[in-house]
Design a protein around this ligand. Structure first.
Ligand SMILES: O=P(O)(O)OC[C@H]1O[C@H](O[C@H]2O[C@H](CO)[C@@H](O)[C@H](O)[C@H]2O)[C@H](O)[C@@H](O)[C@@H]1O
Length: 256
């Protein structure tokens, strides 16, 4: 934290979206960014080298669920685990993968044949996610889906990204760690902080450690996922705690 405070221009602050900047809710489409997050990110952005959101969401969805983010100066959003990039109002992304459409076409039938109840499909464009939060037995349904979804992903050249009561079928070749590592190199970062809450953020935690830079990992804590808290330098209480920490950091910069 010392390096981040002493040399703000060299600091990169990376943040996950769901569960970190946006409280977890039952319906993924109803998620909304913490109301104070855009303002505090804008304040931070005025001090540090760069602020980046690294999310499993498509960037368009992150912008919809995060009104105000588009006005945060200098913000970069790396969506779809880093396949997509939004910056200065422009999106860049590789062509959508073929396997996703094929897997999605078979998914409904597969869920029916397994007799699972309450699993919902999220069409993410270049990925497809199956959520079990609204099932009568969220954990049991998730467990029952693991193997069949792994087989479906394999059949279509995809990988399964596990998360908070969700299994996502997505293309291989990118993760939050790779995305963050590339961004740190691009910005010639001299220190880094990454804040996350879910299994997909572990790769970003690894990237912080592997960067060789002075780095801080922060877990947006929950009872649902404990793996990050075990590895984090700092654990805060969900998105409220994340916003409070970011505000403290921005105030510290303001005082110096
Ligand atoms: O990388 P993230 O920004 O953390 O996105 C990961 C996934 O988040 C979303 O699902 C999670 O949040 C939902 C809304 O709070 C919740 O209902 C669900 O149970 C969580 O798993 C999103 O729907 C996925 O597409 C993201 O990949």
């Amino acid at each position: 934290m010392e390096a981040i405070l002493k040399d703000p221009a060299g600091a990169v602050i990376g943040l996950d979206f769901d569960g970190t900047l946006s409280p977890i809710v039952a319906d993924p489409a109803a998620a909304r960014i913490h109301p104070e997050a855009p303002a505090v990110l804008a304040e931070l952005g005025g001090h540090v080298g760069a602020v980046a959101i690294v999310t499993g969401r498509p960037v368009v969805t992150a912008l919809e669920l995060g009104p105000g983010l588009a006005d945060v100066p200098g913000l970069v959003i790396l969506g779809h685990y880093g396949f997509e990039r939004w910056e200065d109002g422009r999106i860049s992304a590789p062509p959508p993968p073929h396997g996703v459409l094929q897997a999605e076409a078979e998914l409904q039938l597969l869920l029916g044949s397994l007799g699972v109840k309450g699993a919902t499909i999220e069409d993410k464009g270049r990925a497809v996610a199956v959520h079990t939060r609204r099932s009568p037995d969220p954990e049991g349904t998730l467990a029952a889906l693991r193997e069949p979804l792994a087989a479906l992903a394999d059949k279509h050249g995809l990988v399964v990204e596990p998360g908070r009561l969700v299994l996502e079928l997505r293309p291989p070749g990118m993760d939050k760690g790779h995305a963050l590592g590339l961004f740190l190199a691009e910005r010639a970062a001299r220190s880094v902080m990454f804040v996350g809450d879910d299994l997909g953020d572990l790769a970003a935690f690894d990237a912080v450690k592997n960067s060789g830079l002075p780095g801080v990992t922060v877990c947006s804590g929950s009872a649902e996922v404990t793996a990050l808290a075990e590895r984090a330098d700092i654990v805060v209480d969900g998105p409220d705690g994340v916003v409070a920490l970011l505000r403290e950091l921005a105030s510290a910069y303001g005082r110096s």
